[in-house]
Write a protein that binds this ligand. Structure first.
Ligand code: ADP
Ligand code: MG
Length: 593
């Protein structure tokens, strides 16, 4: 019998192993930035083209490499960071496996230029698909420049698996945020297709957060600080009133590394118990420092999970630190900025005297009169309605047959229950309508149609409002300006990160535009990534969600009737744009019971 086992050539073995470390441009970015930090750099530039497909370049001013190290660094398991197995339990660097450069060089065309501190001349190595093409002396600045071109040029399957540029770029940006947030003492920049998205100078963590997420962050956060024998905690958590509808801005770090740790995240959220509305989440940026021997980071290179020896104690310490921070007014946020002009409080107009707030009420109001804006309901009715509310919503796709379409009411009297539901009689029973979802549907339909006709009414603001964003959000907003105009918004860029809003749609009752746009962009990003692959629909869904009347808003009889009439004019009156049920019908026989 003939032998059938071969030892794979190094190039093939490397290519296979490379897939473990580098699965998309963002993971190559992570490895290169970590190497630059491990080299002790104080300034690191990241330059990418086509979301990292054609170019990823990292320029650092760190310690550089000798001629022979410049060649050796591309070998698998070549590392200067650990020497023995014991070192694994006291890791002080970001890298330690010695696999990253070997992996990247196996699947891309790489050029390394490096000059060691004190050396007269540097060295240039070119390596392609794990084969060294050339090495020669070269004049170059101190530090290292790693240039990675055409990632996956020899692995078409992997290349074809990459997502749209917008998605790959958002992974790169997220990687960039995860690294730069906690290493705020190092200057970083990110340039994409020739445009500088971030230019972050070394500074405090709060300055770094503002550099990444926009200046308004500095008024929205409390400092979180704690020091015990087990752990040192430093970071920021959002004031409860600035919670968000998505879990976007939640960052935990351990010993300078971004981690995902559901139990520790839960500890932070627990600190906000009873302070946040339903389905709202705090933002936080919190770094923990623990003894390296008490954690295990020796798991998969692209994973962010970490194991702690003392996780129960850490949970309790973290929760109480956040609790204390949000329970007490902290001046730390204001004090770490020494540029007073950053505080942009407009002066009161001349001759303006502040007024005592007044409460107005209607002395003739009689809750039992039919024309009153709110009608009182009897306790037993309320109980019945409460039971209804607790009925589980069916999975949107669970029922195979077409749902029975409700027949429009003759816009009879409506009743508002719990400032959340509108109850109105139909020929088929009693309709219970979720006001927020209903309005979302009406606005969504109106917006998607008006996009074709550019017919939305706009109102000019008496005082234009400035809104400031992170560079990446500002860029996204810039791309949406034209579409937003169709919906009645007038915005123009003031500088790279600030826009001035001069008009909004007449429908928009929102007083505070900054949180409106922040949430709009965050919704738009998740809508784009998840449900809608059409930009107009993503934008309309996000706008409708932002502009809809909220649960808890008291509606007048006219407003309710208008909303019900508008809703029944929509072709898909029974589901909201995000697929939630709007109307529940209580059948006459159920009412009889
Ligand atoms: P690891 O970071 O796990 O050691 P890498 O493959 O990422 O493995 O890098 C291999 C070695 O190359 C590093 O241990 C380091 O000595 C050297 N190296 C890589 N990048 C740089 C850099 N930017 N500056 C100086 N040395 C570097
Ligand atoms: Mg490394």
């Amino acid at each position: 019998m003939s032998d059938i086992i071969n030892i794979l050539p190094d190039s093939v073995a490397n290519q296979i192993a490379a897939g473990e470390v580098v699965d998309r441009p963002a993971s190559a970015v992570k490895e290169l930035l970590e190497n630059a930090m491990d080299a002790g750099s104080s300034s690191i530039q990241l330059i990418v083209k086509d979301a990292g497909r054609t170019l990823i370049q990292v320029i650092d001013n760190g310690c550089g490499m000798s001629d022979s190290d410049a060649r050796l660094c591309f070998e698998r398991h070549a590392t200067s960071k650990i020497q023995r197995a014991d070192d694994l339990f006291a890791i002080h660097t970001m890298g330690f496996r010695g696999e990253a450069l070997a992996s990247i060089a196996a699947i891309a065309q790489v050029e390394l230029r490096t000059r060691q501190t004190g050396a007269d001349i540097g060295t240039r190595v070119v390596i392609e698909g794990a084969q060294i093409v050339s090495q020669e002396p070269t004049a170059c600045p101190m530090g290292t420049t790693m240039t990675v071109k055409n990632l996956f040029f020899n692995v078409p399957a992997r290349r074809n698996f990459l997502k749209k540029d917008a998605v790959e770029l958002s992974h790169i940006e997220e990687t960039f945020r995860r690294i730069t947030l906690i290493h705020h003492d190092i200057g970083f920049s990110l340039t994409h297709n020739g445009k500088k998205l971030y230019d972050l100078s070394a500074g405090s963590m709060l300055q770094r957060i503002c550099g990444l997420f926009g200046q308004p962050m500095k008024e929205r956060l409390y400092a979180v600080e704690e020091e015990t024998d087990l752990v040192k905690i430093r970071g920021f958590a959002s004031r409860p009133e600035y919670s968000r509808k998505t879990r976007g801005e939640q960052y935990l770090f351990v010993n300078g590394r971004f981690i995902k740790h559901p139990a520790l995240s839960a500890a932070v959220e627990k600190a906000y118990t009873d302070l946040l509305p339903d389905h709202s989440y705090p933002s936080y940026f919190i770094g923990l420092q623990v003894d390296p021997s008490r954690i295990d980071v020796n798991i998969h290179p692209t994973k962010t999970e970490v194991k702690f020896v003392d996780d129960h104690a850490l949970f309790a310490i973290l929760r109480s630190a956040v609790k204390r921070a949000i329970g007490q007014f902290s001046l730390a946020t204001e004090l770490s900025f020494d540029t007073p002009e950053e505080f942009n409080i407009p002066p009161a107009p001349k001759g303006y005297t502040p007024q005592q707030p007044r409460i107005s009420y209607n002395p003739d109001y009689n809750p039992f009169r039919a024309s009153g804006s709110q009608t009182k309901i009897k306790p037993d009715q309320l109980e019945r309605l409460e039971k209804l509310e607790n009925i589980e919503e069916p999975e949107p796709l669970a029922s195979p047959q077409e749902p029975e379409r409700p027949v429009a009411p003759a816009t009879g009297t409506c009743l508002q229950v719990q400032n959340r539901y509108i109850v109105t009689p139909l020929s088929s029973g009693l309709a219970l309508i979720d006001q927020q979802r209903a309005h979302e549907r009406v606005l969504y339909d109106r917006l998607t149609q008006s996009h074709n006709h550019a017919a939305t009414q706009s109102q000019t603001l008496l005082f234009p409002v400035n809104c400031t964003f992170s560079a990446a959000d500002a860029e996204m907003l810039g791309e949406l300006l034209h579409d937003l105009k169709d919906y009645g918004f007038e915005l123009s860029p003031l500088n790279q990160t600030t826009f001035v809003v001069t008009a909004t749609p007449a429908d928009l009752k929102e007083a505070d535009l900054q949180p409106f746009f922040d949430q709009l962009l965050s919704d738009y990003k998740s809508a784009t990534l998840q449900k809608f692959n059409n930009r107009t629909h993503s934008l309309c869904a996000s706008l409708a969600r932002q502009m809809a009347v909220r649960t808890g808003t008291v509606l007048s009889q006219e407003q309710m009737q208008q909303l019900v009439a508008d809703l029944f004019a929509c072709p898909m009156a029974d589901t909201s744009p995000s697929g939630k049920r709007i109307i529940t019908i209580v059948k006459p026989e159920e009412l009889l019971k």
